[in-house]
Design a protein around this ligand. Structure first.
Ligand code: BGC
Length: 760
C-alpha cells in the first residue's frame, strides 16, 4: 500500500505522518506503538513469538528487514536490504515469471584498492539505482571495519588496515548511493574485527586505538557523507555491548561527529532492549518479541524514560519520511542491469593490483592460446559469502572472459577441470547439513586442487603459448579463515611449481591470478611465475575484467590497501586472533570457561595495526601497504609544501614516462616530530589518483592535510594532541617507496574531547 493510499483510508482525526508534524504524530502514539516502531517486524524462524507482519515480509522478498508500519498514523513500512557488493534480494518470486537479479559489483576490498573515490562514487550511484528501482529504501552498507588481521572472514567486505582510506572510500560510496534518494547504513560500528563468537566477543582495546584506528574511518564517513543510518556491531567493547553504549551511539557519534541519522542494531545484536534505547541505538532489527516487552516494561518501571524512547521514535520517523516508499515512488523493478554490468566490469579493472610482472603483461600479440590451470579459472569467485553475497544472474569465469577477449583455451584441460569441479562440489554439498539454517550462507567447502601430471603437462605445453593459473579463496560471515587458508596448500604449491617448470623449460610464460577475498601467503612462491595479478573477487563480470587487464585494454592501477606479510604470524594481532577455532554464530557452549580470542580479545597491539606495525618493527614484508605495479612508468617531480594556519598543502607533478596510458596513485604519509606521545613511523594522511595520463602527459596533484588530522589521541589528557615541531610530508608510490620528503614547521594543537567509559 502506498503512503497516499494509507492516508486516505485512515480514520478521521488521527494525525498523519507527512501531513501533521512529527511531534503531533508522536503525541498520538501509544506506548505499544512506539515500542513496535523501534523494533523491526521480525524474521521468520528466528524471532521467537516475533511480531512478524506478513504483508511487510513480501514488500521486497529477500530483503533483510522492514520497519513496523502503523497505518492509522500514515506510517508505512520501509525496506532494509543488504549490500555491500550490490543489493541482496531474492532473484525469483513464487508465481511470478519476472526475475529480480541484481548486479554483483566487486567486493569492498577491491574498490578500496582502486584508491579512486570518484570511481567508487559511480559504483555507488549504480548500486543505489538498483536499490531504488527494486523498491528498497536503505542499503545495509558500506562495511568498513578495519582489517586488523588477515584471517577475519569478512575482510572482503571491508576496505583496509588503514582508517583514512576506509573512511574516504566509505564516504564516496555513501554519497553515490544516497544521490538516488535512498539510504545507507555504515556498519559495523564498531570493532567487529572477527567473526568467531561475534555476538559475544569482548574486544578489549585501548582508548587511543579505539579513537585513532577503529573509529576514525566511521568519523570520516559520517562527516563527509552523512549516511542516513549507522548499524551498531554485535560485539562488546571493553565490557559493554556497542549497541548499549551511550558513549558510542550518542556521545561520539552525535555529539562529537554531528551524526543526524538513525542507528539500528545488527541483526539480533545486543541483549537489553531498554539499555539499547537509552544508549541511542534507535531501532532494533529484525525485532524479537522479548525486545518489545523489554521496552514497554522499561518505560513502565522507569528504567527507560519515555523521552528517550520518543527521541528514538522521532529518528525512525525522520528516516521513514525521507524514504522513497513514503514518498510513493513508483519503482520499476527494472534497473539498468546492462549499464551496471559495464560499471562493474570497468571498476573491477581499476582495483586489481599487479604484484609481479617481468614483462609478460600485457600479453603480447603472439600469445593466442592459453592453458588454464586452477579450479577457480573455471569457477571464478564473484564475491564472498553471507549477507554480503549478491543474487546475480551470472558470473563470467576467467575461461569465458578470455574467450570473449579472443583467446583460445585448452579444451582438454577444460573437460578435465569441469569434471573435477563437479565431483568436488558434490562431495562438499553432501557434507553440509541441510537442516542447519546457517548452512545456506556458508561457502560450499573449497574445492581441492587438481595437480596435472607430467604427461598432461607435456601435452598442454606443446599445445599452448602460455599458462595462466588461478588461486582462489572464499570466505564470509560467521566464520574466520584459518591459517591453512592463508597459506597455499601442498596441491596448490605443487601445481604452481609443476606448471612453471614445464612452461619455462619450453621458454613459455606463466601468469598467476589471485581470485581472493583476503590476504594469502605469497613470499614463498612469488618468484616462480612471470607475473601475479591480484584480481580479488571482482564481481559478476570478473573474467572479463581480468581479460581486459591481461590484454592491456587498460593498465592496472590498483594498489594494496593492506600489507601482504611474509608470514601470518608477522602481524602483531596474530597473537590475539582466534586462529583455527571455528565457533559459528552461536558461539561456544554455555557455561564453558572464558577463552582468550573467543570470549574476549586483547587488542594488545594497540595502534600498531598493518603497516604501522611493520614499519615500527622495520620488518620485511611480501608486498607493502600501498604497493602496486603498472604497465607504464611515472616520474614524480616538483614536490612542494606550503603550510597555512590550519592546513598544509602538498603538490607534486606526476608524468607518464612509459609508452602506455595509465593512472598513478599518490600517497601522502606524515611523520611527526618526537614529542609527548609514541608515534607511528608514518601514517597515511591524504591520497589522490591521477586521471588517465597518456604517454608523456603530466598532472599536478594537490593534497591537503588539516593540522588537526596530525593529532594523536592522548588517553591521559583525553585530548587529540599534535605536538609543535617539524613534520615530514612523504610522497609515496607505496608505503615503502617514498619519492620525496618535504618538511614543514607546524604549530601544535590540543583538542579536548568527552571522557568516555572506554577504559578497559
Ligand atoms: C550481518 C549484517 C547484515 C545483517 C542483515 C548480519 O548477520 O552482520 O552485516 O546487514 O545480518 O542481513
Amino acid at each position: 500500500m502506498t503512503a497516499a493510499a494509507m492516508v486516505s483510508c485512515a480514520p478521521e482525526g488521527d494525525p498523519q505522518l507527512g501531513k501533521a508534524s512529527i511531534d503531533k504524530v508522536i503525541a498520538a502514539m501509544t506506548l505499544e506503538e512506539k515500542a513496535h516502531l523501534v523494533i523491526g517486524t521480525g524474521m521468520e524462524g528466528f524471532s521467537g513469538e516475533a511480531p512478524v507482519i506478513g504483508e511487510t515480509r513480501n514488500l521486497v522478498p529477500g530483503a533483510a528487514g522492514t520497519t513496523y508500519p502503523i497505518p492509522r498514523l500514515g506510517i508505512p513500512s520501509i525496506v532494509l536490504a543488504d549490500g555491500p557488493a550490490g543489493l541482496r534480494i531474492n532473484p525469483t518470486r513464487e508465481g511470478d515469471d519476472q526475475t529480480y537479479y541484481c548486479t554483483h559489483f566487486p567486493i569492498g576490498t577491491l574498490l578500496a584498492c582502486s584508491w579512486n573515490t570518484e570511481l567508487v562514487g559511480q559504483v555507488g550511484v549504480a548500486i543505489g539505482e538498483e536499490v531504488l528501482e527494486y523498491g528498497a529504501d536503505v542499503l545495509l552498507a558500506p562495511a568498513l571495519n578495519i582489517h586488523r588481521n588477515p584471517l577475519c572472514g569478512r575482510n572482503f567486505e571491508y576496505y583496509s588496515e588503514d582508517p583514512l582510506i576506509s573512511g574516504k572510500i566509505a564516504a564516496a560510496y555513501v554519497n553515490g548511493i544516497q544521490s538516488n534518494g535512498v539510504g545507507t547504513s555504515i556498519k559495523h560500528y564498531a570493532l567487529n574485527n572477527q567473526e568467531t563468537n561475534r555476538m559475544k566477543n569482548n574486544a578489549k582495546v585501548s582508548p587511543r586505538a579505539i579513537r585513532e584506528i577503529y573509529l576514525k574511518g566511521f568519523e570520516i564517513a559520517v562527516k563527509e557523507s552523512q549516511p542516513w543510518t549507522v548499524m551498531s556491531s554485535y560485539n562488546y567493547l571493553n565490557g559493554v555491548y556497542t549497541s548499549e553504549s551511550k558513549d558510542l551511539q550518542t556521545t561520539v557519534l552525535r555529539d562529537e561527529w554531528g551524526f543526524k541519522g538513525m542507528v539500528m542494531t545488527d541483526w539480533f545484536g545486543g541483549a537489553d532492549a531498554a539499555a539499547q534505547m537509552w544508549a541511542g541505538n534507535d531501532m532494533l532489527q529484525p525485532g524479537r518479541a522479548g525486545q518489545f516487552e523489554g521496552i514497554v516494561e522499561g518505560v513502565k518501571s522507569g528504567r527507560l524514560s519515555e523521552a528517550d524512547l520518543d527521541r528514538n521514535v522521532r529518528r525512525v520517523l525522520e528516516l521513514i519520511v525521507k524514504s522513497p516508499r513514503f514518498k510513493g515512488y513508483k519503482y520499476s523493478n527494472k534497473p539498468d542491469l546492462k549499464a551496471h554490468a559495464a560499471v562493474t566490469r570497468q571498476s573491477a579493472v581499476e582495483g586489481m593490483v599487479l604484484l609481479e610482472n617481468n614483462g609478460v603483461l600485457p600479453l603480447s600479440e603472439d600469445i593466442k592460446k592459453v592453458a588454464l590451470f586452477g579450479t577457480t579459472s573455471y569457477d571464478f569467485i564473484a564475491g564472498g559469502t553471507g549477507s554480503g553475497n549478491v543474487n546475480r544472474a551470472y558470473t563470467v569465469s576467467l575461461l569465458e572472459g578470455l574467450s570473449n577477449a579472443g583467446y583460445a583455451t585448452d579444451p582438454e584441460l577444460e573437460t578435465i577441470y569441469g569434471k573435477y569441479i563437479e565431483e568436488e562440489t558434490e562431495r562438499n554439498r553432501k557434507a553440509i547439513d541441510s537442516n542447519d539454517p546457517i548452512a545456506k550462507f556458508m561457502p560450499v567447502g573449497r574445492a581441492g586442487e587438481f595437480v596435472p601430471d607430467a604427461k598432461l603437462l607435456a601435452k598442454t605445453v606443446a599445445a599452448n603459448d602460455a599458462a595462466i593459473i588461478t588461486i582462489g579463496r572464499n570466505s564470509g560471515e560467521f566464520l574466520d579463515r584459518k591459517v591453512s587458508d592463508f597459506t597455499l596448500t601442498a596441491q596448490e604449491q605443487g601445481m604452481i611449481s609443476a606448471v612453471c617448470d614445464a612452461f619455462h623449460n619450453a621458454g613459455k610464460k606463466v601468469v598467476v591470478i589471485l581470485n581472493i577475498g583476503g590476504v594469502i601467503e605469497t613470499a614463498s612462491w612469488k618468484r616462480l611465475p612471470d607475473a601475479i595479478l591480484c584480481a580479488w573477487q571482482a564481481g559478476q563480470e570478473g573474467g572479463n575484467s581480468v581479460a581486459d587487464v591481461l590484454k592491456g585494454v587498460a593498465s592496472p592501477s590498483g594498489k594494496l590497501t593492506m600489507t601482504f606479510p611474509v608470514a601470518y604470524a608477522d602481524h602483531a594481532s596474530s597473537k590475539n586472533f582466534p586462529i583455527d577455532l571455528s565457533f559459528g554464530m552461536f558461539g561456544k557452549e554455555e557455561g564453558a570457561a572464558p577463552e582468550k580470542n573467543v570470549d574476549y580479545t586483547e587488542y594488545e597491539e594497540g595502534i600498531y595495526v598493518g603497516y604501522r606495525w611493520f614499519d615500527a618493527q622495520n620488518m620485511e614484508v611480501s608486498y607493502p601497504f600501498g604497493y602496486g605495479l603498472s604497465y607504464t612508468s611515472f616520474e614524480w617531480g616538483n614536490p612542494t609544501v606550503k603550510s597555512k594556519r590550519n592546513e598544509t598543502i602538498v603538490t607534486v607533478d606526476v608524468k607518464n614516462t612509459g609508452d602506455r596510458a595509465g593512472k598513478e596513485v599518490v600517497e601522502l604519509y606524515v611523520s611527526a616530530p618526537a614529542g609527548s606521545l609514541d608515534k607511528p613511523v608514518k601514517e597515511l594522511k591524504a591520497f589522490a589518483k591521477t586521471r588517465e595520463l597518456k604517454p608523456g602527459e603530466s598532472q599536478t596533484i594537490t593534497l591537503k592535510v588539516n593540522n588537526s588530522d596530525l593529532a594523536s589521541f592522548d588517553q591521559a589528557g583525553n585530548a587529540w594532541v599534535a605536538d609543535a615541531g617539524e613534520y615530514s610530508f612523504l610522497l609515496g608510490a607505496s608505503s615503502r617507496d617514498i619519492r620525496a620528503t618535504l618538511k614543514s614547521e607546524l604549530k601544535g594543537s590540543v583538542e579536548k574531547v568527552n571522557p568516555l567509559l572506554f577504559n578497559k
